[in-house]
Design a binder for this molecule. Structure first.
Ligand code: CAA
Length: 247
């Protein structure tokens, strides 16, 4: 069987890079999506990954823009092949209390974190349906499950991702496609390190495991959900948060 192609949005970032490496190690041809402004970083990233012997590609698109995503998916199909695993990982934070939140900070987070899920999944779902096999893995957050002070935009978008998961999982379950959500807790990535130290320390003190998560701990789960072995898991929201939120 030829290698399956996995597309990871936000693939050159903190968590995205580790997910790409795990999928490559587990036998996928991996395409890491990046945004226009990160062209130089993406090229350097690709060079390093290939030097390390990984079967990686990069693909530019602004995930908040449908036309940009449609063009990216068409280019990947022509140059590499049809995507059979999609990891909707791209995400941003623009934290702030709701009473101070601008419309721009609301829309930016909804567009990048939630509308992106439509923008990237829609142009490739037909190929998964035709192939009779596919995996869509939506990277949500503990804060989509429990809400978080200062994150009305992010919590709304992340909770919305799982609504999408449950609906699409029902539409595609009989077609060999699974759709799942992973809800990581606080990880040792740039996004979390950007929180003010005293706020971050306070958050860490509430995590029962007593530490931030490692991206590798999430990436293993992504790769398992992408495998044939996970065919019976669909519509799930898998928490991986050190006990911060139990449901
Ligand atoms: N619950 C209740 N009250 C809180 C609170 C909380 N969790 N956090 C802060 N407050 C209170 C403060 O005590 C303070 O009260 P007073 O006015 O009485 O002193 C008030 O709210 C304002 O707090 P700040 O001084 O922190 O306000 P700020 O405007 O400087 O900052 C904020 C607000 C940006 C939201 C900041 O609190 C913050 O960064 N919070 C963390 C947000 C967060 O967890 N982001 C996660 C990013 S990582 C990520 O999202 C990845 C993932 O998926 C997990």
């Amino acid at each position: 069987m030829s290698k399956r192609i996995a597309l990871v949005t936000g693939g050159i970032g903190g968590l995205g890079s580790v997910i790409c490496r795990q999928l490559a190690a587990d036998g996928f041809t991996v395409v890491a999506n990046y945004i226009t402004q990160e062209e130089a970083k993406a090229q350097a990233w690709l060079t390093a990954e290939r030097e390390a012997g990984r079967d990686m590609h990069i693909a530019m698109a602004d995930v908040s823009n449908f036309e940009s995503c449609t063009a990216m998916i068409a280019k990947i199909k022509t140059e590499i092949g049809a995507v059979s695993v999609l990891v909707n990982n791209a995400g941003i934070t623009k934290d702030g209390m709701f009473k101070k939140m601008s419309l721009e900070n609301w829309m930016d987070v909804l567009n990048v974190n939630l509308n992106s899920v439509y923008n990237v999944s829609r142009p490739l779902i037909d190929d998964m349906l035709t192939a009779g096999w596919g995996r869509i893995i939506n990277m949500s957050s503990v804060n989509g499950q429990k809400g978080q002070f200062g994150q009305t935009n992010y919590s709304a978008a992340k909770a919305g991702m799982h609504g999408f998961t449950k609906a699409l999982a029902q539409e595609t379950a009989s077609k060999g496609i699974t759709v799942n959500t992973i809800s990581p807790g606080y990880l040792a990535t740039e996004m979390v390190m950007a929180i003010k130290q005293e706020v971050r320390d306070q958050i860490i003190s509430t995590i029962p495991v007593g530490r931030l998560g490692k991206p590798e701990e999430i990436a293993k789960l992504v790769s398992y959900l992408a495998s044939d072995d996970a065919a019976f898991i669909t519509g799930a929201n898998i928490a991986i948060n050190g006990g911060l939120h139990m449901c």
